[in-house]
Design a protein around this ligand. Structure first.
Ligand code: PLP
Length: 641
């Protein structure tokens, strides 16, 4: 399975001609080669179809494009005019079949690399998704250099390898054509093929050298190395679970060596705007060129200040002191440290943290100590972890009628330990990795009241819920309860890079700082400018897309589409909040088995425990959401767990 993607600097550069000539060159070498054009616009009658030229080289090479569109414009606009919706996944599958079944597939694009296929996906995205080397066809004429250099830069910046540049329609006697070739040689290190205006057979002869010498095998990700040397999350190094080789990700898709997968996980809550968002990439590139990193000790910078202003404009007004750090787990450590340092200056005997069962706060030691004592990692580190005070898991679901019975018990436990408790920490409204459970907001109101009564701090871990996932920007704003300290991470950079922060009230900061006290934390990559710039852009985008409306719509669709799962006897509960949809079954899933089933169905969903769940990105389409929900229903119906 290998091939080339034939693209051009612009329309009319002669891609189809070059593709046909390459086809002939490979066939002359007795290679199993096919040429296809997955999308053709400007097609009016069967004789105007570009791929007829391939047929003239090899009568068997007669494959109709997946999409034939009438208007001679970009596929996106031509499809719009024809009232057709181009399904990117179908285009990928169409190409994938040829790649799978032939030694060399030549895939001809439409127009240049930034030509839109759908409103959000371009030819460049298709090239990346197919993970193919490109052949860039340029029409050798005045103005060619600018077009060629821009295309080369864009391809290289996207990590796409250029196998060769073909300078088509070159006139050897023309001074400009000759100087173009010479100049391009100084800028491009790879193969440059110069084609005069000629017949296909002649062009094939010229391209024969390239066809003979170029290694056509696409390099595969070394899965053996991965299996033998790379630890994956929560797996054995010696008998790891299966991993799929991802080659790229864009929008709603993860591209693997075996095809495109419609993503339902947002990479564990974080990719809330889909993958590789163009505006976020642009913000990252600009900051990368400006200043990717400097230490935060003794220095500050605009990305940190501007992001800080943005965060404070969104958070409850009492939260005002920001600490930037590396990851969700570290933000929890910092929040705990803040609480302990606060109490050292106020009530030194308060050295314990209270929390609820069923929680998850990360994998570092402080965080592990407050994760659920049964589902978490306490059994592995008993005697090592700091003992927390555990309250029952909040049993009244979000949206149900509330009663005080459980709160009374919680109150008793808390008051019995009031002299020891420095802070109460919870994931507000949604317990994520501890069980995907949505609980009533009155628990949070109670925690706020009792924390004040006991002179303890209230910490909300919003690493997972922050930035729109529940339908509001934060679960604290959704519930109307304000903590003393909040932790944020994951979607902070819309899944672009690891970054997190802790925001505390002035009350906390003042007490920590009493008598010259300092907060004893300062990671090397604190306030990394690149991460700050990306975070600022992603928050701007979350606001600009009107996430409340988008997430409300997703909630409605998930509710409707997952409801069918309730009919299966093994389903205990179907619950939805914002852009989180959960189907809980009566037994633990076999992760590898069910994931394999999902991958076969073309979706990426990775359940855990008894929960089969999706948390799509906020701009996922209705059709995509339906596909994800249908896959879950099928997995249960076919007992693929
Ligand atoms: N807190 C919560 C609520 C989480 O869901 C997670 C991760 O899933 C963390 C903390 C830990 O974050 P990270 O994995 O970035 O360390």
């Amino acid at each position: 399975m290998s091939g080339f993607f034939i693209t051009a600097t612009n329309t009319d550069a002669g891609k189809t001609f070059v593709t046909a000539a390459l086809l002939k060159a490979f066939l002359d070498l007795k290679r199993d080669c096919v040429a296809i054009k997955p999308i053709q616009s400007g097609f009016n009658d069967p004789n105007s179809i570009d791929t007829k030229i391939y047929k003239s080289v090899n009568p068997k090479n007669d494959f109709a494009p997946k999409y034939l569109l009438k208007k001679p414009t970009s596929p996106h606009y031509a499809a719009l005019c024809d009232g057709v919706e181009i399904d990117f996944g179908e285009v990928l599958n169409y190409c994938g079949e040829f790649l799978e079944n032939h030694e060399i597939s030549l895939i001809e694009g439409a127009g240049g690399i930034y030509v839109p296929i759908t409103p959000n996906l371009t030819m460049l995205d298709l090239i990346k998704a197919l993970n193919l080397e490109t052949i860039l066809v340029c029409k050798n004429e005045l103005g060619m250099l600018n077009h060629a250099l821009l295309s080369i830069e864009a391809l290289q910046n996207s990590g796409v390898k250029i196998a060769a540049i073909v300078l088509n329609l070159s006139d050897e006697n023309d001074e400009i054509c000759a100087s173009n070739v010479e100049f391009l040689k100084t800028k491009f290190d790879g193969e440059i093929c110069v084609l005069p205006k000629c017949e296909i057979a002649k062009a094939a002869q010229i391209l024969a050298k390239f066809a003979k010498n170029h290694k056509t095998k696409t390099e595969k990700i070394d899965l053996n190395f991965d299996r033998e040397h790379l630890w994956h999350p929560y797996t054995s190094a010696l008998s790891p679970l299966k991993s799929y080789a991802a080659t790229g990700a864009k929008g709603s898709y993860i591209f693997t060596e075996n095809g495109a997968l419609l993503d339902g996980m947002s990479s564990w809550w974080c990719a809330c705007l889909g993958y590789a968002n163009d505006e976020i990439k642009a913000a990252a590139t600009a900051q990368l060129n400006q200043m990717p990193h400097i230490m935060f000790g003794g220095l500050t910078h605009a990305p940190a200040v501007n992001l800080g202003k943005k965060l404070l404009s969104l958070l409850p007004s009492s939260l005002s002191q920001i600490f930037y750090c590396d990851s969700g787990s570290v933000s929890v450590e910092v929040a705990l440290k803040m609480a302990f340092q606060y109490q050292q200056n106020r009530n030194p005997s308060k050295t314990k943290i209270a929390t609820i069962r069923g929680g998850y706060h990360g994998d570092t030691f402080g965080a592990m100590g407050i994760c659920d004592p049964v589902n978490g990692m306490h059994h592995l580190f008993s005697g090592i972890l700091q003992e927390a005070i555990f309250l029952e898991k909040p049993e009244i679901p979000y949206g149900s009628e509330f009663n005080d019975a459980q709160i009374s018990k919680m109150r008793e436990t808390l008051l019995a330990n009031r002299d020891k408790i420095a802070a109460i920490i919870v994931e507000p409204l949604v317990q994520g990795a501890g069980g995907m459970w949505f609980y009533h907001e009155n628990y949070l109101k109670f925690f706020r009241e009792i924390a004040d009564e006991m002179d303890a701090l209230l910490i909300f871990d919003e690493v997972a819920t922050g930035f729109g996932r529940t339908g509001e920007m934060f679960a604290c704003t959704k519930s109307g309860v304000t903590p003393d300290i909040i932790t944020l991470g994951k979607a902070l950079t819309a899944g672009t890079m690891s970054f997190a922060c802790v925001v505390a009230s002035k009350k906390v900061a003042n007490m920590v700082s009493l008598n010259g006290g300092v907060l004893m934390h300062g990671p090397t990559f604190m306030a990394n400018p690149l991460a700050c710039a990306v975070a600022l852009k992603s928050i701007e985008l979350i606001e600009r897309i009107n996430f409340r409306e988008k997430v409300a719509k997703i909630e409605e669709i998930l509710r409707r589409e997952l409801a069918v799962c309730a009919q299966f006897s093994e389903v205990c509960d179907v619950r939805v909040m914002g852009a989180i949809g959960v189907v809980e079954i009566s037994q633990n899933v076999n992760v590898e088995k069910i994931q394999e089933f999902f991958v076969k169905m073309g979706v990426f969903i990775r359940p855990f425990g008894r929960n089969i769940y999706v948390m799509p990105h906020f701009t996922a389409s209705e059709a995509e959401l339906k596909t994800l929900c249908a896959a879950i229903a099928q997995a249960i119906e076919k007992k693929a767990y």
